[in-house]
Design a protein around this ligand. Structure first.
Ligand SMILES: CC(C)(COP(=O)(O)OP(=O)(O)OC[C@H]1O[C@@H](n2cnc3c(N)ncnc32)[C@H](O[C@H]2O[C@H](COP(=O)(O)OP(=O)(O)OP(=O)(O)O)[C@@H](O)[C@H]2O)[C@@H]1O)[C@@H](O)C(=O)NCCC(=O)NCCS
Ligand SMILES: Nc1ncnc2[nH]cnc12
Length: 292
């Protein structure tokens, strides 16, 4: 069993509020997290309900259609997790979800990374609600424990933007993130979201904080694809400066965040992997809220 502790990354032993055992709600919660990610602004270079960021082939409507189309598949992944299915079955459902996404968006890739990562978290939530694993085990550890090896051994996409960027820059990407139990969610996104929620009591601002914290450290293959190493460094530095200056807890944060958003758009940079990880952070937050 691969746990965060076994990998030397201790997580605090929190008692977790559980949304159990309602397996049938998992897909709807996950789709709602995709919509909440969309409805977060300013997010550097990314599409939101306010503008299209660095994209000219998709807008908020494209993302809403995509989230609605993949919602039933996220639920099927949760059900599959509750039935103890292996990675082979999850992959089949994931690929069907990708086809539904492309049909809903006329061929635009809105959520492939989210289908993969959030889909695995849905399956983990299903396995937990179905009593197949310790109900206290964090969802990321459930993914690593049940499917981590198969995620790494599975077939790779040879021609996706991400796979080209990963080979060129030796980057990790979505599979490594999932196989390791989502360290970016537990180590970065979730702590940032929760810190900001306590201080500012503004849920959209807290999502902005988590988004910037993720962009500041994730090796995002979308940034590498569009901007190479210089693009990734630019994004890391800009987001890090925002967080270090107090993030959304500092006065004037929205104007600063908007200006960084515009600087990404000017360079056509889009941290799609961090956007996916924001949605996954929201999902984990719902399922693992500590009991006060
Ligand atoms: C395993 C797959 C995810 C394979 O994907 P790939 O080989 O492409 O791997 P990655 O590069 O690792 O990234 C895949 C997507 O994951 C997001 N992502 C990027 N970096 C990270 C990261 N460090 N951690 C986590 N996630 C990351 C990202 O997704 C978002 O970007 C997509 C849009 O990208 P693109 O089409 O390139 O868009 P544009 O820049 O707009 O293109 P142009 O306009 O320039 O032309 C969007 O989907 C976001 O979600 C990465 O793209 C997986 O696909 C796979 O094997 N699937 C099979 C199904 C399966 O196994 N499912 C398991 C059960 S659910
Ligand atoms: N809001 C967003 N904008 C651009 N790419 C994304 N990938 C996932 N969410 C995204």
């Amino acid at each position: 069993m691969i746990t965060m502790a076994a990998r030397g990354m201790e997580r605090p032993l929190l008692r977790r509020a559980r949304m159990m055992p309602d397996v049938s709600a998992i897909g709807a919660v996950a789709a709602d997290c995709l919509v909440k990610e969309l409805e977060t602004w300013p997010k550097p270079g990314l599409v939101s309900h306010v503008d299209n960021g660095s994209h000219d082939d998709m807008d908020a409507g494209t993302f809403r259609r995509s989230a609605a189309a993949i919602r039933p598949y996220l639920q099927r992944l949760a059900d599959a997790g509750a039935f103890g299915c292996g990675m082979g079955r999850l992959r089949i459902i994931g690929l069907e979800a990708e086809r539904a996404m492309f049909a809903a968006t006329s061929g635009v890739n809105t959520h492939r990374g989210a289908i993969f990562g959030l889909g695995l978290l849905c399956a983990a939530a299903g396995a937990r609600a179905g009593g197949l694993v310790d109900p206290e085990l964090p969802l990321g550890d459930v993914v690593a424990r049940l499917w981590g090896d198969s995620i790494l051994d599975g077939p790779v996409l040879l021609h996706s933007h991400g796979s080209v960027a990963r080979r060129r820059f030796r980057a990790g990407g979505a599979r490594i993130e999932a196989a390791r139990g989502f360290p970016s969610i537990y180590g970065i996104g979730l702590p940032a979201l929760r810190r900001a929620t306590v201080v500012v009591e503004d849920t959209e601002a807290a999502r902005v904080e988590a988004c910037f914290a993720l962009i500041a450290s994730v090796e995002d293959t979308n940034l590498l694809h569009r901007g190479g190493l210089d693009g990734l460094r630019f994004a890391h530095d800009a987001a890090r400066r925002f967080v270090d200056a107090g993030g959304v807890c500092a006065s004037g944060w929205r104007a600063r965040a908007q200006s960084i958003h515009e600087s990404f758009v000017a360079r056509r940079l889009s941290p799609g992997g961090s956007a996916d990880l924001l949605a996954m952070t929201l999902f984990v937050d719902v399922h693992e809220r500590p009991i006060p």
